[in-house]
Design a protein around this ligand. Structure first.
Ligand code: DGI
Ligand code: FE
Ligand code: FE
Length: 399
């Protein structure tokens, strides 16, 4: 097994880190990538007012998840747990114990690579891992890397592979921190990392979560869920806006409801219950015991109380899983966008999509009908709002 090891302060982790790590994984045919946020970086102090180690760890986890390589890209908290200055030699010794058979590849940018002889125990580093050095700025040349590689191999027996990245991300964490303070820099971050920064007010962003722009709101929502759900959320947003345009609903509200509708999807039962309790949302027994039903309640509460969304957005999220009798236009739109956004595929999805743009109530009846059928087949109890919605739309369309 080949493991890539990418350490850093990750303050914050950005697209430059991810693009170089991703490229190195292919280039070196790595089976696994370990991102390791430093406790205290040996070569520089973490600047005053920086996020906590725990926050850097969480941001790095969001960044790793954004690679969408489950089981292959992971974050290790070993340097943060070890405390004190994070020496790479210690980290490699620990990893060698954990993975005695693996080929370890220490990944780093040119700036670090050029000073490796000054790190603590460079001979230990070079004996435990191969070195993968990649270019970070336009002025880094392959020639510089070759010369340093030869020096390290002559002096410490290092095995070096230099990696010329086809594309340079023109930003550093230092520059990013300054940009974030000025309200800029989002384009250099995985959206979920940017959302995390906004939610925690890091790097002097001081955003008021109740008055975020749509782009910021989207980033916040994405930062609350696993990356595997991101495409779905973006799909619901897009579809909800299109449906709103088609049927004359408020596009902005449809967008915001779509963005936030699943933001609490991965909370635990107790977390859903605590949010609902604090928001004064009454729950029945079936809801209290089902995360699937609860996420629409807690999501609505977060949309309203954390992100300052209107009652219409609140209701559309509140009923997006079950529907209900007497659904509003926006509720129908979010329910159906969730059902048939571009990433959904099931028998009949094309028919449903078409109906959504020709006869919204017929589409709603079809969607609810299929839901109830599916729940029955799987022996899942049908919530009274789901049944109520189906009965209502059937009656309504007959009448
Ligand atoms: O959150 P999504 O996966 O995008 O979709 P959703 O909010 O519609 O949630 C779908 C889940 O909710 C699905 O696993 C079935 C469950 N669900 C929907 N209606 C009912 C229900 N579960 C119960 N027990 N009763 C329902 O009436
Ligand atoms: Fe949902
Ligand atoms: Fe959804």
């Amino acid at each position: 097994m080949r493991i890539g090891i990418y350490g850093g302060t990750f303050n914050p982790p950005h697209l430059g880190h991810l693009i170089s790590a991703r490229f190195a994984m292919d280039f070196l045919e790595l089976d696994k990538l370990l991102l390791i946020p430093a406790g205290e970086p040996p070569h520089k102090a973490v600047p005053e007012g920086s996020p906590t180690g725990e926050q850097r760890l969480e941001m790095t986890e969001l960044a790793a998840d954004a690679l969408l390589l489950p089981g292959r890209a992971e974050v290790s908290d070993m340097e943060l747990r070890r405390g004190g200055k994070s020496y790479t030699a210690d980290t490699l010794r620990a990893l060698r114990q954990e993975y005695p058979e693996a080929e370890l590849w220490l990944l780093m940018g040119t700036d670090m690579f050029l000073t490796l002889q000054n790190w603590r125990e460079p001979e230990v580093i070079c004996s435990l891992a191969h070195l993968g050095a990649f270019t970070r700025t336009r002025s880094d040349t392959g020639e510089m890397l070759e010369i340093q590689g030869k020096y390290l191999s002559d002096r410490f027996g290092a095995k070096v592979c230099t990696i010329l990245l086809p594309q340079i991300t023109p930003v550093s964490s230092t520059q990013l921190r300054a940009m974030l303070e000025q309200g800029e820099g989002a384009q250099y971050l995985p959206p979920a990392v940017y959302g995390y920064i906004l939610r925690h007010g890091l790097y002097g962003t001081h955003a008021d979560l109740k008055t975020l722009t749509v782009d910021q709101l989207r980033a916040c929502s994405l930062s609350m869920v696993y990356a595997k759900r991101h495409a779905h959320i973006l799909g619901v947003e897009e579809e909800a806006v299109k449906l709103a345009r088609r049927w004359g609903a408020d596009e902005e509200l449809a967008r915001r409801a779509g963005i936030l509708h699943d933001c609490t999807k991965y909370l635990k039962l107790e977390e859903h219950l605590a949010i609902c309790e604090a928001a004064g949302i009454g729950l029945d027994d079936m809801e209290r015991s089902s995360e699937k039903l609860l996420h629409s309640k807690s999501g609505a509460a977060v949309a309203k109380n954390v992100y300052g969304q209107s009652d219409q957005v609140y209701q559309a999220i509140l009923y997006h899983t079950t529907g209900r009798a007497d659904m509003t236009l926006l509720e129908k739109i979010v329910y159906l966008a969730d059902y048939m956004e571009p990433n959904r595929s099931f028998e009949g999805v094309d028919k449903l999509r078409q109906l959504c743009y020709t006869d919204l109530d017929a589409a709603l009846e079809m969607g609810l009908g299929m839901s109830v059928e599916d729940l029955k087949q799987r022996d899942v109890p049908i919530h009274r709002n789901t049944q109520g919605a189906l009965d209502w739309i059937q009656e309504h369309r007959k009448g």
